[in-house]
Ligand binder design. Structure first.
Ligand SMILES: Nc1ncnc2c1ncn2[C@@H]1O[C@H](COP(=O)(O)OP(=O)(O)O)[C@@H](O)[C@H]1O
Ligand SMILES: [Mg+2]
Length: 312
């Protein structure tokens, strides 16, 4: 592929087509005196759903922040739709990793989505007609119209995820950066969130970087995987990347890859790697303090019913 369109403004028709949605050209990212990513090059094409994997601290969040222009590269060049990185790029939708404090909010679903349309103006009922139409559009896209009137505090984690995805879709971005959307969701909701993102991604023909610390929930939905570790990155199909030699290089220690019943297990010394990552994050279910070693089942009967509506 020949990278073209460097002079095409992002979002213009000429920026569509063959221009990669994201290019890293010998990029180095430093943070707090440490190199997180070293001299890395890869290309993500338009319309690709990329699973971003790697152990805790590998740099998944840092990479997304760099793409957003929140962290300047220490070396190399990054481009989004042919344009060098700038803050506030409307071509990018972002769901940050830290989503705490949402669960206690009484704000209604629709108003919550609308907040992201105009972050500085919280007088939500006064949103202009264009914004209201965009909010309606994204709510419908994510199947969230029925959540519009309900307060966040009454929604399940999966339903809040749906609204967060709607926020990211405001303004028609071409690239979504979704940072750990599966954290603190039970397996059923994980599956429905992945399927929802996949459906929306294909419907809109947009590219998605979806970070996670477990591959299996993403296996059936992703086009390729970007695996980070030890300051390097590997981008390719699951079969190309999830291999003993590639992962041993990324982890800096011998790794075994086991395939069982359509699932893939990445093992180090007979133990599955990164099994306990999500214990670092707390579920945001309305102030519950339950442990992650326990079941994630919700006491609210709504959740059982709503679980079905998540399957799109
Ligand atoms: N603000 C910061 N200052 C210095 N180091 C940081 C900061 N944020 C994260 N780090 C470190 O940078 C590395 C990459 O972190 P991060 O991008 O959050 O990884 P991931 O999202 O893959 O878990 C980690 O070693 C982390 O401790
Ligand atoms: Mg992270």
């Amino acid at each position: 592929m020949i990278p073209t369109g460097r002079s095409a403004p992002a979002g213009s028709p000429s920026a569509r087509g063959d221009t990669p949605v994201l290019e890293l050209d010998n990029v180095t990212l430093d943070l707090g005196g440490r190199t997180i990513l070293r001299d890395t090059s890869f290309v993500v094409n338009q319309g690709e759903f990329i699973g971003v994997l790697g152990p805790n601290g590998a740099g998944k969040t840092t990479l997304m922040r760099a793409v957003l222009g929140l962290l300047p590269a220490a070396g190399g060049v990054m481009r989004v739709l042919g344009q060098t990185i700038e803050r506030g790029n409307a071509s990018i939708g972002y769901m940050p990793q830290t989503r705490s404090a949402l669960a206690g909010r009484r704000v209604r679903g629709r108003d919550f989505v609308a907040m992201a349309a105009d972050g500085h103006r919280w007088g939500l009922p006064h949103a202009d007609a264009k914004t209201r139409a965009d909010v309606d559009r994204v709510l419908e896209l994510v199947g969230g119209t029925n959540l519009a009137k309900r307060p966040l505090s009454e929604l399940s984690g999966g339903e809040r995820q749906r609204l967060l995805l709607a926020q990211c879709l405001l303004g028609n971005p071409r690239l979504l950066l979704l940072d750990e959307p599966l954290i603190s969701l039970d397996p059923h909701h994980q599956k429905s969130v992945v399927e929802l993102v996949r459906r929306v991604q294909q419907e809109l023909g947009i590219a998605v970087l979806f970070s996670a610390h477990e591959l299996n929930p993403l296996l059936n939905s992703i086009d390729r995987v970007l695996y980070l570790g030890s300051g390097v990155a590997a981008l390719g199909t699951v079969d190309e990347v999830i291999t003993r030699p590639v992962l041993s290089r990324l982890y800096g220690s011998p790794i075994d890859v086991m395939r069982v019943n359509g699932r893939i297990f990445v093992m180090s010394g007979g133990v599955e790697v990164e099994k306990h990552d999500h214990e670092h994050e707390h579920d945001e279910d309305g102030g519950h303090t339950h442990s992650h070693s326990h079941s994630h089942s919700h006491p609210n009967p709504h959740d059982l019913r709503d679980g079905h509506t998540h399957d799109v």
